[in-house]
Design a protein around this ligand. Structure first.
Ligand code: FES
Length: 579
């Protein structure tokens, strides 16, 4: 029998299963041996879970079996024992009503899969929008050594001789179609050109945002965020991540040592610099709560507000993730941030080095893709937090993808009671609306449209599109795709279904937004607002099944939309385990 190639510095968690010399140990080892695992793999080698969100129904993660094989090679090379396991795959493009409905379900799956099994450390294989936060949330609640390997972005989309971005192309071409500028066939012809390789959305949508934030928070190796999915260097990174997790187990480098408050502040600032998704506000809060790190909406205002957007990627800018990687990727961004005093440089990362040790020498190869500080894409790019009588607990606006003139605006409300109501009426040529109107979409929050669907960037009325109007102020309790753009006030909290003030807005009310002062006001008297809210009636009780669990326990957007009973770190000990 061969010995473990490295002597563990502390007892392995998996030894509670495989180290037993009794009836239970017999059973744990015996069944695993049916996979051809030799005896010496049960003698002190770290058992590494490969937590895989592979699914053909999650096209962005459909290449993960091959990538997991590269991780497996690295684990074996470093002396670990790889064990791959599937978890629920919350795929953005197919799941109805929205993948966000099942982010917490996936997080529960991850947490219980890790805790209940003989796993010493875990490689989190994520990519599509909700899979990255879900896997981090679940692993954080167990607080084991963990490293993130995302699937990488797709190659640039190509259509009619130009580069086109995932998602963003859909919004622009659909508006062109609605305005009569292109035909339906033109619109449909773009499908194949937009998604032409394995990988996640190639814009700075939520998937790329969360991959960048995972990298800056130190839970993945440098360059993980941007290497294209089909670039052989991603396979190398997967291999190296497999090697590294084995050492992390030996070093007992658990997630809580990496996911510190400094790491989250770095993430808030980085989100501004990359022009990242508004969804990050919700996901970072949910992850932070799992490791017990305090993080509030005010932190976004305090640490992100005045930070410039430097990364010139769609939907805020011009380029796509391929160019971002070739320009130097996130390390080049972090180098610029560090030089400008925008980073907590000493934050620890999974390779055992600080964030600054990893990135202080990073070169930038293209100053138009990653702008210098003195030539930003947007001077104040951080997520803007708005509060007022219309959103007592806050709402968010993304300045880098908004129209500057509309960030201070006052206009008449046109209220849509639901997304269905919007769809039924928006094409009406007699709709009482003009370019100064404020489109209000409600009942689309975490409970109103269970999962808080990404419908906030409702398209403009065709009659205004045909007049050349390109943007209007919109206010909603919904989310918006990270690939979308426009002056959209999102995540209004409390949501309408929870009888927040948004439910009391009426057609013709004046709404005022001022991003410079952080105000979102409904211009009616306190008495009128109180009277209207007193007339509101709570909706019918929820259904059965998972939807019932979700509606009973999901928290509001400012609390991360986690389930109230999942908040916190429960550690990796198995309750009641007595071996
Ligand atoms: Fe999966 Fe965009 S739909 S990353």
């Amino acid at each position: 029998m061969a010995d473990n190639p490295k002597t563990p510095k502390h007892p392995l968690r998996s030894a509670q299963w495989f180290g037993l010399k009794d009836k239970n140990g017999f059973m744990y080892r015996s069944w695993m041996k049916n996979q051809g695992i030799p005896e010496h793999h049960f003698c002190g080698r770290p058992v590494i879970g490969i937590c895989n969100t592979w699914s053909e129904l999650t096209p962005c993660n459909a290449h993960f079996r091959e990538l997991a094989d590269k991780v497996r090679r690295g684990i074996i090379e470093a002396g670990g024992v790889p064990v791959e396991f599937p978890v629920f795959s919350s795929g953005e493009s197919n799941l109805r009503p929205t993948a966000m409905l099942t982010r917490n379900l996936a997080a529960m799956d991850v947490e219980e899969s890790i805790r209940g099994n003989p796993i010493d450390g875990v490689v989190l294989m994520a990519g599509c929008d909700k899979t990255t936060p879900a896997l981090l949330m679940g692993a954080a609640s167990c607080d084991v050594p963990a490293i993130v390997v995302t699937g990488g972005p797709m190659l640039n989309g190509k259509h009619h001789g130009r580069d086109v971005g995932s998602g963003t192309l859909v919004w622009t071409m659909h508006e062109d179609y609605k305005a009569g500028r292109i035909s339906l066939q033109d619109f449909l012809d773009a499908e194949a050109g937009m998604s032409r390789s394995a990988g996640t959305c190639n814009t700075m949508g939520t998937a790329s945002t969360m991959a960048c934030l995972a990298e800056v928070m130190g839970v993945s190796l440098p360059h993980n965020a941007a290497i294209p999915a089909v670039d052989s260097r991603r396979s190398v990174l997967a291999h190296l991540s497999g090697m590294r997790i084995v050492d992390m187990v030996h070093e007992n480098l658990c997630l809580s040592k990496v996911l510190t408050r400094d790491a989250f502040i770095n993430a808030i600032r980085t989100n501004a610099v990359i022009g990242g998704s508004t969804n990050a506000v919700i996901h970072l809060k949910a992850i932070a709560q799992r490791v017990g790190v305090p993080l509030s909406m005010d932190d976004w205002q305090t640490y992100g507000k005045d930070v410039p957007t430097l990364v010139n990627l769609q939907p805020s800018g011009r380029y796509l993730m391929e160019e971002f990687y070739y320009a130097g990727g996130l390390p080049a961004v972090l180098k610029r941030m560090g030089d400008a005093g925008l980073l907590h440089k000493e934050a620890l990362t999974v390779n055992g080095k600080t964030l600054w040790e990893n990135n202080r020498e990073a070169p930038c190869y293209n100053d138009d893709v990653i702008r210098p500080l003195d030539n930003p894409l947007c001077a104040n790019g951080g997520i803007c937090v708005l509060k007022g009588n219309l959103a007592p607990r806050g709402a968010v606006l993304k300045p880098s993808s908004a129209t500057p003139a509309l960030m201070r605006h006052r206009g008449r409300a046109l209220v849509f009671d639901s997304f269905e109501d919007y769809k039924a009426r928006i094409d009406d040529p007699d709709l009482d609306v003009d370019e100064n109107s404020v489109l209000v979409l409600r009942n689309c929050g975490p409970k109103g449209y269970p999962g808080m669907a990404e419908v906030g960037n409702i398209g403009l009325p065709p009659k205004l599109l045909k007049k050349g109007v390109t943007d209007m102020l919109r206010v909603t309790d919904a989310r918006m795709s990270g690939t979308a753009y426009g002056t959209v006030v999102l995540h209004v909290t409390p949501e309408s279904r929870e009888l927040g003030p948004l439910a009391a807005v009426r057609d013709g009310d004046m709404i005022r937004v001022d991003a410079s002062t952080g105000e979102l006001e409904l211009e009616v008297s306190d008495q009128t607002l109180a009277e209207r809210m007193g007339e509101l009636v709570a909706p019918a009780p929820p259904l059965t099944g998972y939807m019932r669990l979700y509606l009973d326990h999901v928290t509001q957007a400012d609390e991360g939309c986690d389930f109230d009973f999942l908040v916190g770190c429960r550690g990796a000990d198995v309750p009641g385990h007595s071996h």
